[in-house]
Write a protein that binds this ligand. Structure first.
Ligand SMILES: Cc1cc2nc3c(=O)[nH]c(=O)nc-3n(C[C@H](O)[C@H](O)[C@H](O)COP(=O)(O)OP(=O)(O)OC[C@H]3O[C@@H](n4cnc5c(N)ncnc54)[C@H](O)[C@@H]3O)c2cc1C
Length: 359
């Protein structure tokens, strides 16, 4: 079933790729532009929640991703060396999956190609204007000084935290930045148990998370300036692929829609990696928006997705503040709570539904 609609998606991260797939598979003419020259090599998000995989299932993207992703058997929470709780996913039930973001994007690109969507690398959106029910976008090819103007029915800004689309719409990205940057290390290692996603709570409100991405590749993230140094257990490092620090901002735009232009993913919201929700939230934004636009109706998108984003940000912030509290009574309470979760089935079930999340 074809359609006369033309949609421009700006940014080929997980949000933009999902939006383009979901439009293309419904027969909508979609153009996805990305300023980078090719696919990103950055791993960033690891955790894929069941709701994201369900949204990516009709296009076949979930099947491709699952052919490579790791299924975590549990989330293990440690206090220094002590295991406080091993929150195990029930066999045959929903699980958390892990895959480096560059590989997730690889599978999304392959899916988009199979749906007949157009992805143009080396093209940057530099300007837009809305007139007579159309959006005119200026697209600047990397090898040309001259931007090309093209008309579309709708434009989706999935262009990340430094969104050009958001700037061109003069929308405020209200929020704040944490004083302490976080650090990340992607390492190849041997002998690490990849069946669990591990969280280590350390003195002084420090936290270290180890997320397996492949058989012998893990991501270590910490709210300190050296994630590997603060890991309380030895790891047999074969190669450090990447080690860096990054600032954490907690922000959300007040309006996800201006006329025929929409914001989705990190362009609309960002928060700390606690809870691993950023990419999953972007995928859900994209799927919701594509379903609405495919019937020529963007109404309701802002209201639904702004509320979902606000809730995820609030939950993520609440958890971050509790897990990283420096106050010993709070820390004792957290430890006692995790020990109870480790012991009682009904608390495990509640913890599991929190980890697997809604979007
Ligand atoms: C260290 C780290 C760990 C994380 N871990 C997790 C996790 O475990 N789980 C999770 O869900 N999330 C996680 N996240 C968050 C996740 O990576 C982001 O939420 C996700 O990448 C957002 O996807 P996006 O497509 O909205 O934006 P992006 O991935 O940032 O993609 C935006 C794209 O737009 C392009 N672009 C920008 N401007 C233009 C323009 N003018 N023209 C054309 N193209 C443009 C950019 O080049 C980029 O490719 C993590 C983030 C970090 C930094």
């Amino acid at each position: 079933m074809g359609s006369a609609l033309r949609v421009l998606v700006v940014g080929a991260g997980p949000t933009g790729l999902t939006a383009a797939i979901e439009l293309a598979r419904r027969g909508i003419e979609v153009k996805l532009v990305e300023q980078r020259a090719g696919g990103s090599g950055l791993s960033r998000a690891v955790g894929l929640q069941p709701a994201s995989l369900a949204l990516l299932q009709p296009s076949g993207a979930a099947r491709r991703i699952l052919s490579e992703a790791i299924a975590f058997q549990s989330v293990a929470v440690h206090r220094e060396h002590e295991l406080l709780a091993n929150i195990a996913f029930p066999a045959g039930g929903a699980m958390l999956h892990g895959l480096a973001q560059d590989r997730t994007e690889y599978h999304l690109r392959a899916t988009l190609e199979s749906c007949g969507g157009e992805l143009l690398y080396g093209h940057k959106l530099t300007a837009l204007r809305q007139m007579s029910g159309r959006v005119v976008a200026a697209l600047q090819p990397a090898d040309n000084d001259q931007a090309i103007n093209e008309e579309f029915d709708y434009l989706i800004g999935a262009d990340g935290v430094k969104s050009t689309v958001r700037d061109l719409l003069a929308l405020d990205f209200k929020g704040f930045e944490l004083a302490q940057p976080w650090s990340i290390a992607d390492i190849d290692c041997s002998g690490w148990d990849t069946s669990a996603f591990r969280i280590y709570l350390r003195d002084g409100g420090r936290i270290v998370v180890v997320a397996p991405m492949e058989a012998n590749r893990v991501r270590v993230v910490s709210n300190t300036d050296n994630a590997l140094e603060v890991l309380p257990v030895p790891v047999d490092v074969v190669d450090i692929r990447r080690q860096s620090s990054f600032p954490i901002a907690i922000r959300q735009v007040a309006n996800y829609r201006v006329g025929r232009v929409f914001l989705a993913g990190d362009a609309a919201h960002c928060h700390s990696p606690v809870g691993g929700r950023g990419m999953n939230l972007g995928i859900a934004d994209a799927a919701d928006l594509a379903a609405r636009l495919s019937v020529g109706q963007g109404d309701g998108y802002h209201r639904a997705r702004h509320a979902a984003g606000r809730q995820v940000i609030a939950e993520s912030e609440r958890t971050r503040k509790i897990l990283m509290s420096r106050h010993w009574p709070v820390r004792r309470l957290v430890e006692t709570a995790f020990r109870a979760v480790g012991r009682y089935d009904f608390l495990q079930r509640r913890a599991i539904s929190g980890i697997l999340g809604r979007q």
